[in-house]
Design a protein around this ligand. Sequence first.
Ligand code: PSU
Ligand code: MN
Length: 300
Amino acid sequence: MIPLHYAPEVEAAKAAGQPIVALESTIITHGMPYPQNVETAREVEQTIRDNGAVPATIAVIAGKLHIGLTDAELDTLGQASNVAKLSRADMAACIATGGTGATTVAATMIAARYAGIEVFATGGIGGVHRGAELSFDISADLQELSQTAVTVVAAGAKAILDLPKTLEVLETLGVPVIAYGQDTLPAFWSRESDLAAPLRMDDAASIAKAHRMRAALGVPGGQLIANPIPVEAEIASSTLSPIIEQALAEAASQGIDGKSVTPFLLGRIFELTEGASLTANIALVLNNARLAAQIARNLI
Ligand code: PSU
Ligand code: MN
């Protein structure tokens, strides 16, 4: 038996058949600094409510898989240090040993699916890292999208990754990559990249229909919805490129590897942009929460 713990709000929503949107917790513990991480998590949850759905932030706390966190749990998690970063490989072990950990996109998808939640909002997914031809560093998020039937709304992948390679791997894995409302793939801090999006949809209803159609066809896996950052929050790639290069060079010279790579790069980019990267990150997560709530409403 899985020690599952539903927050009261989520339990009530499930019983009433209301739309629910899952949220990850690694963005809180490893993606943003305190207190902005907790403030943002709360704002994201409220945005989902304002758009007619119920938020379920997912995390493992003391060996229990939580589907939805209370305000107090969110605050504790947001301030804790040494919280494990859980992906497909380690979530079961963390639960089994009574540990506490934050869920990445991959682990959140597994938990959401288990809890019957079909839509999930986040900022950016993991992907193929630059230099992956030598390091083999490819996020488990990509494989998860190919096998777990959850629609994930993100703002594309960060330019810290190799975007063309990320797109190639997603294609190989059979993951639908759907740009929302435009023809090019959004690139997290920028609305556009120079990559054509494999698919485009302009409304939440079509995304929900495609989600259902995949299941009807018996194709496992989810969908990646790439939702461009709002215009007013965008950061020019010319501003960010040298900063990303510097963060990558520092990671290499300090021998950062494995799970630490993404949090290290996110932290350095925050410092080097004097917080501007965080402001943009918050705006795009809120934007993704809105779209995810609309998709979830269309799945009811
Ligand atoms: N990308 C972001 N922000 C994040 C992450 C990725 O822009 O917070 C987090 C997510 O939880 C994602 C994880 O699932 O990092 C990917 O880590 P890795 O590259 O180690 O698979
Ligand atoms: Mn990795």
